[in-house]
Design a protein around this ligand. Structure first.
Ligand SMILES: [Mg+2]
Length: 273
């Protein structure tokens, strides 16, 4: 009886094969606006099929994980809810149970915090903390109340301070730009829950099938994705489909382990080394 031919490993020789799991950023990495980055669907499918996760870690707290999964799936990137971690998780971890929170953000942010036992208020005078997350429906009265609470001594906690959202037609103002309005008014800089802090990466790697070994963190921003991955002790890959211009890093930016034209580079041989 002839022996069965060996099944070729489709990941053999690829960058992904060097790792035991992959944490992916979403905006600017898998999708721009509502348009998937070319090859992103194939990458998600291949990583999943080979037990490398992936887990998606986004600084954007405006959507709940189930909304993110539904949005990506509808856009042609099939994702399960348990593959999504947002900066809501990281923000809740920085709040104590005796603090009352004024939420400047979406319903999803507020409900995400409340689901983790955080007490919220609509009255700025009652707030011990202002949690500011991205909200495309933000109104002036909310900015005003947040500024008043911070002036009167509330902590100022941002889910993230990404300055831009890469879209099909250019860069849109992100939560960092909205938080800058509060900083300009109050003179107070926010504490930051999401990337570049490692908490979000730790949450994501804990969900990988093999969380303890050798994860790779992938994203389009040196100052958040790559900084957070580095802080968490992981190798990192910068993709050039979003916010970053690898040719012009700013002082203090970390150096990624790999630089890829796009996320499809995970399924190609390593670009160097
Ligand atoms: Mg991004």
């Amino acid at each position: 009886m002839a022996s069965r031919p060996a099944v070729p490993d489709p990941l053999a020789g690829t960058l992904a094969a060097r790792y035991t799991g992959v944490v992916l950023d979403i905006d600017g990495c898998l999708i721009r606006g509502h348009t998937p980055v070319p090859g992103a669907a194939a990458v998600l499918a291949a990583l999943r099929e080979h037990g490398l996760g992936p887990v998606l870690a986004t600084n954007n707290a405006s959507r709940a994980p189930d909304e993110v999964a539904a949005w990506l799936t509808q856009a042609g990137l099939p994702v399960e809810v348990d593959q999504v971690v947002t900066s809501v998780h990281a923000a809740a971890a920085l709040l104590s149970h005796d603090e009352t929170v004024l939420v400047q953000g979406t319903r999803a942010l507020r409900e995400g915090l409340e689901a983790r036992g955080v007490r919220t208020t609509d009255a700025w005078r009652d707030a011990d903390v202002v949690v500011a997350g991205f909200n495309p429906e933000l109104r002036y009265a909310q900015l005003r109340d947040s500024a008043l609470a911070i002036q009167h001594g509330a902590r100022f906690l941002a889910t993230n301070v990404d300055t831009t959202i890469p879209a099909e037609d250019g860069l849109w103002p992100a939560n960092g730009a909205l938080c800058a309005a509060l900083s300009t008014t109050t003179g107070v800089q926010p504490e930051v829950a999401g990337k570049p802090n490692r908490g979000l990466i730790d949450e994501a790697t804990a969900r990988l099938p093999d969380p303890t070994r050798r994860p790779l963190v992938v994203g389009d921003r040196l100052d958040t994705d790559i900084a957070a991955g580095t802080a968490a002790g992981c190798d990192t890959a910068l993709v050039l489909t979003g916010a970053a211009d690898a040719a012009s890093p700013r002082p203090g930016d970390p150096t990624p382990t790999w630089v890829l034209d796009d996320v499809g580079g995970l399924l190609r041989p390593p670009p160097h080394g």
